[in-house]
Design a protein around this ligand. Structure first.
Ligand SMILES: NC(=O)c1ccc[n+]([C@@H]2O[C@H](COP(=O)([O-])OP(=O)(O)OC[C@H]3O[C@@H](n4cnc5c(N)ncnc54)[C@H](O)[C@@H]3O)[C@@H](O)[C@H]2O)c1
Ligand SMILES: [Zn+2]
Ligand SMILES: [Zn+2]
Length: 382
């Protein structure tokens, strides 16, 4: 089959690799019809080289049609249309039972002291071949895959694999009071959906921060006030002014460790006078009002010094974060994936491309060229 293979930093190629087969009775094989590129893939593309091995297949946002199932898989059958959650979870361990699928005890990676295995996400998370491929072996298929109706286009359901449950968790964890205010840092697909879900769940005021014009414009269309962080001297001062000094009830960091900053930030990072790439997290923390909540959904890996513990203590901030527990939020989300499309799943993907174009798509998505917000790859274009 054809699959997107990691060869080195900023070097991914579509190669011919062996077809996956069923190796455990709890496996399924899915013929992938759509598979998206995520901001998390950009970490593998450009930052997390040491955790990757040449030949790794990337991708964790796939959906398709069941081809075959192992003898212990009874919830899905060949021919079913399914979305595959990015975390691989068993559904029956203590952590899955408490809906912490991202911490599944059956698939967690004890040798690296890491949580549940993830598709296409380096050896730290199980070295499981990913879903930017023609076919995918799905472990723990007795629990993971989400059966969806036939008929509507793939993009109606595809984002159940990651973007929708991730944004839903970010907003839930942010604990925005009814009629309250929330900041959303980062307006990639995750931040865009955070804006929409926060409004849907009753946030009165959403202040969204990014610097990419089309991403700011899209968030505005969904009811957010926006701040272009490259056009203001200090984002926290700007939020302070706009909220008459009270800041926001809740703030979501949907940026993670790829954060860009001002020219001054780049210089400070280059001379190591500023901790690397934490500008979004620091700004997000700074904008939380007293007694408020910070919800970090952007990914951070490794140890970071200079955490502003004093401010978090003084302002009595609640901090919640982590990988999304995809399965936990599916029942809340499925009823919203209708023709009315209240969360606008139909306008998130800016680029539908054949899998063969994936290397160009990675470069375009990373550089945010051509208005790119979300790429969906089709491994079997008609
Ligand atoms: N926790 C989870 O389960 C989970 C799941 C999916 C994605 N993620 C993470 O969520 C984050 C966002 O994912 P995405 O697909 O939307 O990525 P993306 O790269 O498309 O979006 C990130 C956005 O942040 C903006 N940005 C950069 N620096 C900023 C700053 N200083 N202030 C404000 N905005 C800034 C960028 O311009 C970009 O629009 C990534 O870190 C990704 O790894 C986490
Ligand atoms: Zn993702
Ligand atoms: Zn489990």
């Amino acid at each position: 089959m054809r699959a997107l293979v990691w060869h080195g930093k900023q070097d991914v190629r579509v190669d011919t690799v062996p077809d996956p087969t069923i190796s455990e009775p709890t496996d399924a094989i899915i013929r992938i019809t759509s598979t998206a590129i995520c901001g998390s893939d950009l970490h593998l593309y450009s930052k997390l080289g040491p955790a990757m091995k040449e030949g790794d297949i990337i991708g964790h946002e796939p959906m398709g049609v069941v081809e075959a199932v192992g003898s212990e898989v009874h919830n899905i059958a060949p021919g079913d249309r399914v979305v595959v959650p990015f975390n691989i979870a068993c559904g029956h361990c203590r952590q899955c039972q408490r809906d912490f699928q991202s911490q599944c005890e059956t698939t967690q990676n004890v040798s690296f002291r890491k949580g549940a295995s993830l598709f296409g996400f380096s050896r730290l998370y199980g070295a499981v071949p990913g879903g930017q491929a023609e076919y995918l072996r799905v472990p723990q298929a007795q629990y993971g895959p989400i059966k969806v109706p036939q008929g509507p286009p793939d993009t109606r359901y595809l984002f159940l694999s990651d973007v929708l449950p991730t944004a839903w968790q970010a907003v839930k964890y942010a604990e925005v009071p009814k009629g309250g205010s929330v900041g959303v840092f980062g307006l990639g697909p995750i931040g865009q959906m955070c804006v929409r879900i926060a409004r849907h769940l009753g946030a009165e005021r959403v202040i969204a921060v990014d610097q990419v014009p089309e991403r700011l414009a899209l968030a505005q269309r969904w009811g957010a006030e926006t701040i272009d962080f490259s056009a203001v001297k200090d984002v926290t001062d700007e939020v302070f002014a706009r909220t008459s000094g009270s800041y926001l009830d809740s703030v979501i960091d949907a940026v993670g460790m790829e954060a860009g900053g001002s020219l001054a930030d780049s210089v400070l990072q280059a001379v190591k006078a500023q901790p690397d790439k934490l500008v979004a997290l620091h700004n997000a923390m700074g904008c939380v009002g007293r007694g408020g909540t910070l919800s970090v959904i952007g990914v951070y890996v490794g140890q970071f010094p200079l955490f502003p513990l004093g401010d978090l203590f003084d302002k009595q901030i609640t901090l919640r974060w982590g990988q999304a527990n995809v399965r936990r939020w599916v029942d809340d989300l499925l009823p919203l994936l209708t023709d009315e499309d209240p969360l606008g799943t139909a306008d998130l993907a800016t680029h539908l491309l054949p899998l063969e174009k994936a290397p160009d798509a990675y470069a375009m998505f990373q550089k945010k060229e051509d208005g790119c917000i979300k790429v969906v790859l089709e491994p079997h274009p008609k």
